[in-house]
Design a protein around this ligand. Structure first.
Ligand code: ADP
Ligand code: MG
Length: 320
């Protein structure tokens, strides 16, 4: 459905994309993951015809975006990082306006009503956009992307700046749209991609460093386990007892104290389930365990793991 080949983008002297390539098949929900400045927005803006490329090709549904921008754009709904909302318009007025610009041919009343239903903005259709909450404004942004019923929808960091409840709602909405659209969603949050996408393309400094099924990334991420443990014990003694436990490779006191308990971040060797030995150690010492949770991996950890795995794989293949 989408083919990106050797895409290069220079902003003056600065290279934002160093020749990236990937494909997205029909019906996939792909996460585009990378830290700030990685090149996510640049890629998405080029893919949707909003920005020119320095070199490379992009095809959407077989149509070259640079040669036939108008035709390609009809296949794509786009929610940019800054949604193009008109703050002094009412929601319904704005969607009618988008309908006109996109020269949409579908039954206007029915189509817009459906979109407002799906994005749950029907109850604010008569409100001025500028007066809506950020969560609602983001839904209106998604609604405008859906006008014309494009088969491909692209979301650039759709949950940034939203509160936790709004984030859950927007993720659910995207998941639902993924049932009958091809979706690309960019984010700098691994757990967001994990919860919504079946595949993840990781970009760093303008290069693609991984392209994996989300379940594989989760496996990489879980290969060595990290936990946050909360123990009622003297901090120093507890830290040194934890360090002496077989299978633990890292112990750090987080400095967090809650009444008589201290919090530690611990990491076990790959393949070792540390929870039972931990329990027996604490039982023997008479230190109550008041908290044990898996530490979510952050993006940096995942990058490090992936680059390590990558380096190992390439040194193996060199030896072979
Ligand atoms: P992301 O969306 O992943 O945060 P961007 O695509 O916005 O990354 O940016 C990629 C790189 O290109 C960054 O280093 C950014 O500073 C640079 N960049 C983005 N837009 C411009 C621009 N208009 N002019 C110059 N540099 C830019
Ligand atoms: Mg961006």
């Amino acid at each position: 459905m989408i083919q990106i080949e050797n895409l290069v983008k220079l902003y003056g002297e600065k290279t934002a994309l160093e020749g990236i390539s990937f494909k997205v098949g029909e019906g996939e929900i792909v996460g585009f993951l990378g830290p700030n400045g990685a090149g996510k927005s640049t890629t998405m803006n080029i893919l949707t015809g909003y920005l020119s490329a320095t070199a490379g090709t992009v095809k959407v549904g077989g149509i070259d975006v640079f040669e036939f921008p108008d035709e390609a754009k009809k296949k794509i709904g786009f929610l940019p990082e800054q949604p193009p909302l008109y703050n002094d318009m009412k929601v319904s007025e704005y969607l009618n306006f988008v309908y006109e610009i996109k020269k949409c041919k579908l039954n206007r009343k029915k189509h817009l009503a459906e979109i407002m239903q799906v994005t749950k903005i029907h109850d604010v259709s008569d409100r001025i956009i500028g007066n809506l909450s950020k969560g609602y404004r983001q839904r209106v942004g998604i609604a405008q992307a859906l006008v014309g019923n494009p088969p491909v929808i692209i979301f650039d960091e759709p949950t940034v700046g939203l509160d936790p409840k709004q984030i859950i709602e927007i993720r659910n909405l995207i998941r639902n749209l993924g049932k009958n659209h091809t979706v690309i969603l960019s984010s700098h949050i691994l757990s967001e991609i994990q919860s919504v996408c079946n595949r993840v393309v990781i970009i760093n400094e303008g290069r693609i460093i991984a392209d994996e099924m989300t379940s594989n990334i989760t496996k990489v991420a879980n290969d060595s386990r990290e936990y946050i443990v909360k123990i009622c014990a003297p901090q120093r003694e507890a830290a040194s007892a934890l360090r002496s436990l077989n299978g633990i490779v890292f112990v750090e006191a987080t400095g967090e104290r809650d009444a008589d308990s201290y919090t530690f971040r611990i990491r076990s060797e790959a393949g070792v389930d540390i929870r039972k030995p931990l329990f027996y150690l604490l039982a023997e010492k008479g230190w109550p365990l008041v908290g044990l949770e898996a530490a979510g991996m952050n993006l940096e950890d995942v990058f490090v793991r992936i680059m390590d795995a990558d380096a190992k794989a390439s040194s193996k293949s060199k030896k072979a």
